[in-house]
Design a binder for this molecule. Structure first.
Ligand code: HEM
Ligand code: HEM
Ligand SMILES: *[C@@H]1O[C@H](CO)[C@@H](O)[C@H](O)[C@H]1NC(C)=O
Ligand SMILES: *[C@@H]1O[C@H](CO)[C@@H](O)[C@H](O)[C@H]1NC(C)=O
Length: 373
C-alpha cells in the first residue's frame, strides 16, 4: 500500500470513531435502545432497552426476521427490576429459550419512574459484525406486567414490530465497562448516544416475494383454472382447454416455487395448514394433465367418456376448490386485514358459482346431444 492511500484510509477510519453509544427509538416511539462496543472489548457488546412499564414485553433481536434471530426479551420481574431473557427465533412462533450465559444484567437496570431499563452485556459469540452494519429487529407487546424472574416465561404475540440496521462501528466507546451505569457520569468519556449509524429497513424482507406468491396463485386458482374448465364444455375443444390449463399449471408451479423459498426462509415450510394443504393440492394436481391426456386417448378409442374422464373432471374440480380455500388460509397467515379476506372469499365464491352454474346447465343440455370433446 502506498503512503497516500494509507493516510486516506487512516483518516477515514478515524472519522468513523465517534466514542459514543448509538441510540435509537424505532418509529419515533417511547421505546429506545442504545448500543456500545468497547474498542478492545473481546467481542463484548453493551446494549440498553428503555421503555415505559405499560409494555408487557420488549424484544430486541439480531437478524432480519424472527427465523434465526438471537433475541433478548425484557419484562418486569415483579421485584422492582427487569428480567432479560435470551431466546432463539424459530419462524413465526414463540421463540425458544436460549443460552442465558451469553448475557448479564448490569447495574443501572431496574424499574424507575414508570420506565423499565435493562443494561445488558452480551458476549458476541455469533457472526455479528462489530466493524460495520448489522441487521436488528424489535417487537413489543402492551399489557399488564409479566412480573416474572423466569427467563422461560411464556409470552403472547407482539402488537407490532420493526427492523433496522445499526452500524456498530459508530458505537465504539473507549473502555470495557458498563457505559450506561449511573455511576458513569462521563468518567468513561462516554457522551450521550446519537442515532448516527442507524437506518430503518423493511421489517419484512420477504414481503415482495409473498405478494408475488399470493397474486400468482390467486390468479391461477380463481381465474385461470375455472375459466379453462369452462372453456371445455363451452367450446368442446380439448386442445384449447388443455393448452389454457397448461399455462395455469406452469404458473402454479412458479407460484409454488416462490412459496417454498419464502417459507423455507421463514422456517415455516410444512408447519401449518396453509403450507401443508398447499403442498398436497399442488402435488395432486401434478397428475391432472396426465389424467386429461389419458382421458382424451380413451375418448378417441371408445368414443365416450370413460373412467379417466370422470376422474379428471371430479379430481380437478375438488382440487381447484381446495386451492381456493387454501388462498384464504394464506391471507390469514400473512395477517392480512379482514377486508382483503372478505374480498378474496367473495371473488373465489363467485368464480366457483359461475363455473358450477355453467357446467350444470351445459351438462343438462348435452345429455341429449353428446358431441366431440
Ligand atoms: C409469542 C411470540 C411470537 C409470536 C407468536 C410471533 C409471531 C409472528 C408472526 C405470526 C409474524 C408474521 C405476521 C406479522 O408480520 O405480524 C411475526 C413477524 C415478526 N416478528 Fe414475531 N412473534 C413472536 C415474538 C417475536 C419477538 C420476541 C420478536 C423480536 C424480538 C419478533 C419480531 C418479529 C419481526 C421483526 C417480524 C417481521 C419479520 C418476520 O416475518 O420474521 N417476534 N411474528
Ligand atoms: C392442471 C391442468 C388441468 C386442470 C385443472 C383441468 C381441469 C378440468 C376440469 C375441471 C374439467 C371439467 C370441465 C367440465 O366441467 O366439463 C376438465 C375436463 C376435460 N379436460 Fe382438463 N384439466 C387440466 C388439464 C387438461 C389437459 C392437459 C388435457 C388434455 C390433454 C385435458 C383434457 C380434458 C378433457 C378432454 C376434458 C373433458 C372431459 C369430458 O367432458 O369428458 N385437461 N378438465
Ligand atoms: C437489577 O439487577 C441488576 C443485576 O443483578 C443489578 O445490578 C441492579 O442494581 C438491579 N437494580 C435494582 C433497581 O435493584
Ligand atoms: C420453556 O417453556 C416451554 C413452554 O412454554 C417448554 O416447552 C420448554 O420445554 C421450556 N424450556 C426449557 C428449557 O425449560
Amino acid at each position: 500500500m502506498n503512503a497516500k492511500k494509507f493516510w486516506l484510509l487512516a483518516t477515514l477510519g478515524v472519522g468513523q470513531v465517534s466514542s459514543s453509544p448509538v441510540s435509537f427509538c424505532p418509529d419515533d416511539s417511547d421505546i429506545c435502545f442504545q448500543w456500545a462496543v468497547p474498542e478492545a472489548g473481546n467481542a463484548n457488546i453493551y446494549f440498553q432497552i428503555d421503555a415505559p412499564t405499560s409494555y408487557q414485553w420488549i424484544g430486541l433481536g439480531i437478524g432480519k426476521q424472527m427465523a434465526g434471530a438471537a433475541m433478548f426479551l425484557m419484562y418486569e420481574d415483579g421485584q422492582g427490576n427487569v428480567t432479560v431473557s435470551n431466546r432463539n427465533g424459530k419462524g413465526h412462533s414463540t421463540p425458544l429459550l436460549g443460552d442465558q450465559d451469553s448475557i448479564s444484567l448490569l447495574d443501572g437496570s431496574g424499574v424507575k419512574d414508570g420506565r423499565m431499563i435493562a443494561n445488558v452485556l452480551y458476549k458476541n459469540t455469533g457472526s455479528l459484525d462489530l466493524s460495520g452494519s448489522s441487521d436488528w429487529i424489535m417487537a413489543q407487546k402492551q399489557g399488564t406486567p409479566l412480573a416474572s424472574v423466569d427467563p422461560n416465561e411464556s409470552i403472547t404475540v407482539h402488537d407490532s414490530h420493526s427492523a433496522f440496521k445499526i452500524n456498530l462501528a459508530q458505537a465504539s466507546v473507549s473502555q470495557n465497562v458498563n457505559p450506561f451505569s449511573e455511576n458513569n457520569d462521563g468518567g468513561n468519556g462516554v457522551s450521550n448516544g446519537d442515532s448516527t449509524g442507524v437506518t430503518e429497513t423493511s421489517s419484512n424482507p420477504n414481503s415482495n416475494l409473498i405478494l408475488a406468491h399470493g397474486v400468482i396463485l390467486t390468479v391461477v386458482f380463481i381465474a385461470l383454472y375455472p375459466l379453462g374448465s369452462l372453456l371445455m364444455p363451452w367450446l368442446g375443444k380439448w386442445y384449447i382447454h388443455g393448452a389454457w390449463q397448461m399455462v395455469g399449471f406452469l404458473a402454479m408451479w412458479a407460484g409454488f416455487g416462490i412459496g417454498y423459498v419464502v417459507s423455507s426462509d421463514l422456517d415455516i415450510f410444512f408447519d401449518q395448514t396453509h403450507t401443508r394443504l398447499g403442498v398436497f393440492v399442488i402435488a395432486l394436481l401434478g397428475m391432472q394433465p396426465i389424467l386429461g391426456l389419458l382421458h382424451h386417448m380413451q375418448y378417441l378409442r371408445q368414443g365416450r367418456r370413460g373412467a379417466f374422464g370422470h376422474v379428471h373432471i371430479w379430481y380437478g374440480r375438488a382440487l381447484i376448490i381446495m386451492g381456493m380455500v387454501n388462498g384464504g388460509l394464506g391471507l390469514q397467515l400473512t395477517g392480512a386485514s379482514d377486508v382483503y379476506i372478505i374480498v378474496y372469499s367473495v371473488v373465489a365464491g363467485l368464480s366457483a358459482l359461475l363455473y358450477a352454474g355453467y357446467a350444470t346447465v351445459k351438462s343438462l343440455r348435452s345429455e341429449k346431444t353428446e358431441k366431440e370433446k
